[in-house]
Design a protein around this ligand. Structure first.
Ligand SMILES: Nc1nc2c(ncn2[C@@H]2O[C@H](COP(=O)(O)OP(=O)(O)OP(=O)(O)O)[C@@H](O)[C@H]2O)c(=O)[nH]1
Ligand SMILES: [Mg+2]
Length: 184
C-alpha cells in the first residue's frame, strides 16, 4: 500500500535544508557539492520511502517534500501553502540560537502535533541535542535530532524514516477519527 505525505522542510537561511532534502531524496550527485545556492521560493522533490509503522508491515510513503527558502522575503507565501503539510522538519544551526525564527515557523502549522514535527539541529556541536526551548513554547515539545552530512550520512535517512513512520501513524489516526466522525 502507498500513502502520499506532504513534508515541509523549513528553517532560517543557510541551515542546510537543501543539502538535507537532496540527500534524503537520494539526489546523490549533489551530495558533494559545497557551493551555496539559496533556494528561490520552494523546490518540490518527489520520491518513495519504505517504512514500518509501529514495527508492523512495510508501507510505501510517496513523499512530496517541500524544500522551502529560509529567506524572510518569501515568508508571506508560507501561510498560503502550509495547511497542506502532513508533517514538518524544522532545520536550525543550533549555535546561532534561532529560537525566535523557529517559533514563528512552527506557528505556521497549528494543526500538526509533536509527532508530526521534528527539529534537525544541523551541523552543530555533537551535544546540540541538548538545545532547549523555554517550556511555554510549543517548540519545547518537538523532538530534536542532531544531524550532519559529514560523517555517517546514512544516519540522517534513518532519522527521516523514523520520523516518517511516526508522522504516518499520527496521520492515519487523525484520518480514522475523521472517518468515524463522518459515519457518526
Ligand atoms: N560540510 C557540510 N556542509 C553542509 C552540510 N549541510 C549543508 N552544508 C552546506 O551549507 C551551505 C548551505 O546549505 P543549504 O542546504 O543550501 O542551505 P539552505 O538552508 O537550503 O539555505 P536557503 O535555501 O537559503 O534557505 C551549502 O554550502 C551546503 O553545502 C553538512 O552537513 N556538512
Ligand atoms: Mg535551500
Amino acid at each position: 500500500m502507498t500513502t502520499k505525505l506532504i513534508i515541509f522542510v523549513v528553517g532560517p537561511p543557510r541551515t542546510g535544508k537543501t543539502a538535507i532534502s537532496n540527500h534524503i531524496a537520494e539526489l546523490t550527485e549533489s551530495l558533494h557539492t559545497t557551493d551555496y545556492h539559496p533556494t528561490q521560493g520552494v523546490r518540490i522533490l518527489e520520491f518513495d520511502r519504505q517504512i514500518r509503522p509501529d514495527g508492523g508491515k512495510e508501507h510505501t510513503i510517496a513523499c512530496e517534500l517541500w524544500d522551502c527558502s529560509g529567506d524572510p522575503r518569501f515568508h508571506p507565501c508560507w501561510p498560503v501553502f502550509s495547511s497542506t503539510a502532513n508533517c514538518v522538519i524544522l532545520v536550525t544551526s543550533p549555535e546561532l540560537r534561532q529560537e525566535r525564527e523557529l517559533d514563528t515557523l512552527c506557528k505556521l502549522f497549528p494543526t500538526l502535533n509533536e509527532r508530526q514535527m521534528v527539529i534537525f539541529a544541523h551541523n552543530g556541536p555533537q551535544k546540540s541535542a541538548k538545545l532547549r526551548f523555554s517550556s511555554g513554547m510549543p517548540l519545547s515539545r518537538i523532538p530534536i535530532i542532531s544531524t550532519t552530512l559529514d560523517n555517517e550520512p546514512e544516519a540522517i535517512r534513518s532519522e527521516f524514516d523514523a520520523f516518517l513512520a511516526k508522522a504516518f501513524s499520527a496521520y492515519r489516526e487523525s484520518r480514522d477519527k475523521e472517518e468515524e466522525n463522518i459515519m457518526a
